[in-house]
Design a protein around this ligand. Sequence first.
Ligand SMILES: Cc1cc2nc3c(=O)[nH]c(=O)nc-3n(C[C@H](O)[C@H](O)[C@H](O)COP(=O)(O)OP(=O)(O)OC[C@H]3O[C@@H](n4cnc5c(N)ncnc54)[C@H](O)[C@@H]3O)c2cc1C
Ligand code: FES
Length: 274
Amino acid sequence: MRLEDLIGNPHSVRVSKIHRENRSAVTVVFQINKPYFAFAPGQFLMVWVPGIDEVPMSISLWEPPSVGVTVLPIGEATESLASLQPNDWIGIRGPFGTSFTLESQKALVVGGGVGMAPLKPLIYSLRKRHSGVTVLIAAKNEHELVFWEEFSKHSDRELIVSAATEDGSIGFKGLATEATREILNSNEFDSLYTCGPELMMYNLLNMIKGFRMTFQASLERVMKCGCGICGTCALDPTGSLVCLDGPVYSGESLLKISEFGKYHRNEMGVKKRF
Ligand SMILES: Cc1cc2nc3c(=O)[nH]c(=O)nc-3n(C[C@H](O)[C@H](O)[C@H](O)COP(=O)(O)OP(=O)(O)OC[C@H]3O[C@@H](n4cnc5c(N)ncnc54)[C@H](O)[C@@H]3O)c2cc1C
Ligand code: FES
């Protein structure tokens, strides 16, 4: 294999637009004039901010030549990414990782916070295949909902969109899991797709055990190489690499991962409980 293919064909791209999604999250849009990679919903890029760091980011916009990532600033790299301006340069490698399987007639999609990022292209791809989609967008409060305005605008009989906020400022008052339980009590789905806080995804997986539906979740772990070389993102006890075997995992695979919903590792490899 060529080194470029292994490490994800590094490219410099120029930021073309910054779109504010809510009080803190922004979508950084850049141009890829001749798309040199194929993309499937759920895959991610390693995004390099010159002089700062390189971090994994889900692709939230795929309308070549416009490609975008949606960033929630929580530390040095994400803060630098979120404060970029049009015409700034960044580096990208990828796309990496597994993608969501699109076989579904009636899907429930649950996104918590910036976890909506990989779910946005998934939702549009499912609709393109004429699947019925119910989307639950969850956050602590209305100011932290991601893509709420965009999806509530497109809501119709086949794309049902609702919100859950912990403070009840909009939609269902309570946790995403509580809102999901209500939706499941009165509707039938063949699949559940999710991304967001790991405890939410863990509880959702346990919740659907009695239901006849498939489960796919996108995991976040600290990553360094993003392409299966360094071992930073290995999961206990199987050694599955999130950058290569994930970030999208099926429910069956997650049941074999003992650290799912329990702990992750920081940059030094030290275990941190959720
Ligand atoms: C496949 C994948 C896709 C991602 N997609 C997005 C996205 O679309 N939008 C977005 O805003 N973020 C996304 N992230 C998370 C993002 O990469 C991290 O928030 C970022 O690396 C933090 O870097 P920092 O320098 O800003 O913060 P740091 O200072 O490095 O970290 C701040 C805190 O967050 C913890 N942390 C850092 N990285 C991770 C991680 N990957 N998982 C869990 N905890 C972490 C650190 O231990 C520390 O406590 C994704 C992560 C992965 C693995
Ligand atoms: S980040 Fe290096 S192996 Fe996954």
